[in-house]
Design a protein around this ligand. Sequence first.
Ligand SMILES: *[C@@H]1O[C@H](CO)[C@@H](O)[C@H](O)[C@H]1NC(C)=O
Ligand SMILES: *[C@@H]1O[C@H](CO)[C@@H](O)[C@H](O)[C@H]1NC(C)=O
Ligand SMILES: *[C@@H]1O[C@H](CO)[C@@H](O)[C@H](O)[C@H]1NC(C)=O
Ligand SMILES: *[C@@H]1O[C@H](CO)[C@@H](O)[C@H](O)[C@H]1NC(C)=O
Length: 376
Amino acid sequence: MAFLSLQSLGASVRIALLVGLCGLIDNGIEFNRKCSLSDQKYSNNGDVRAFSGRLCDWDTARLFQMLFCNSCDRKSVVKPALDKIYVDHAGHGDTRTVQEAVELVMDGNKKRVTIYISAGTYTEKVLVPNNKPYITFQGSGSDKTVITWNDNANKTGSTYKTASVAIEADHFIAWNISFKNTAPTPGPGIIGAQAIALQVVGDKCAFYGCAVYGYQDTLNDHQGRHYFKECYIEGIVDFIFGNARSLYESCIIRSNLDKWGAITAHSRLSEDEVTGFGFVHCSLIGTGQIFLGRAWRSYARVVFASTYMEEIINSQGWDDWGNKSADETVFYGEYNNNGPGASLAGRVSYTRALSSMEAAKYTHIDWINGSDWLHG
Ligand SMILES: *[C@@H]1O[C@H](CO)[C@@H](O)[C@H](O)[C@H]1NC(C)=O
Ligand SMILES: *[C@@H]1O[C@H](CO)[C@@H](O)[C@H](O)[C@H]1NC(C)=O
Ligand SMILES: *[C@@H]1O[C@H](CO)[C@@H](O)[C@H](O)[C@H]1NC(C)=O
Ligand SMILES: *[C@@H]1O[C@H](CO)[C@@H](O)[C@H](O)[C@H]1NC(C)=O
């Protein structure tokens, strides 16, 4: 009853009370230096949000909110969120490892949290779990900040568990950072050498100026809508694989192959799936004779447009992974590519020479519904 009568007081009186009470327990736990109510995420009518300045520990803040808010949704009250976390391997940041920084982000986070990762090599396996969306990894340059590990499928028992960095959360962004898997290069016929450097399972994830290094299965572009801009990706076989709907713009893709390999192994399973990899204004460089793609699943969909292709591209271009019937169901398109590997003359019969309109469908940000979520 006492609470109810408090609620009938005017907002300014309640805030004054709040300030007074907080002053009394100013020795409460300091949640963090940046803790202020204006940073907190109360989805309520704003009474408490209006108060700014460091308050007190989280439990006290929550109690106050319960006492003083008119109509707040109590369940939605979450801990005060950090919006910047600094990682430094030498100890000059909030944490020394990237994973510890990820753990500092609240479960159910709804506001972008930038994790600044200083120059250096972080030898650790990193998981951004699906209950921590809206995280940004901000590196100091893809040649300076590196996250690296070395699991392969032999060791973990499953390719999907090999990822050095696995992104399971939606709305993840990375800037100017490298992801590596340094498991040894597989020799011919070696089993169990799959070794993912970066695995992206979350939806609406974007990577800018990043580098991804590995050999087999370097980048698992597994599911969701993803954007890769000005990234560098290298490997030897199936090194961009999965069933995501992605756009690769102005990326450099390097094959380190001496023999047989494929850049993409898309795994679209049926005509109903709106998935596929679009590449535009990219460069395909390196060594070997490599296919643009092989059909890991029989509805694989990949388009290359306005892309430079070195001599390394096998003139047939595409491979059906030994399933002739898949020739009818894969969607392998090319448009306006250039360079010595771009000639359509020797391509397999099921290659589609696309018109600019057809190519645009897969190589514009609308392909990934980017105007709804990119830059946000
Ligand atoms: C990323 O790196 C590029 C090239 O060094 C630089 O121009 C750009 O400002 C960087 N952006 C961010 C957000 O780190
Ligand atoms: C994985 O293990 C098998 C059996 O022990 C072995 O033959 C193979 O060479 C191993 N592959 C790698 C990449 O270590
Ligand atoms: C081969 O492709 C056809 C046509 O898409 C598909 O129905 C069939 O399941 C595929 N076979 C295998 C073994 O993947
Ligand atoms: C999202 O993108 C897909 C593929 O381009 C398209 O079919 C769909 O209409 C888009 N949805 C919205 C809401 O724009």
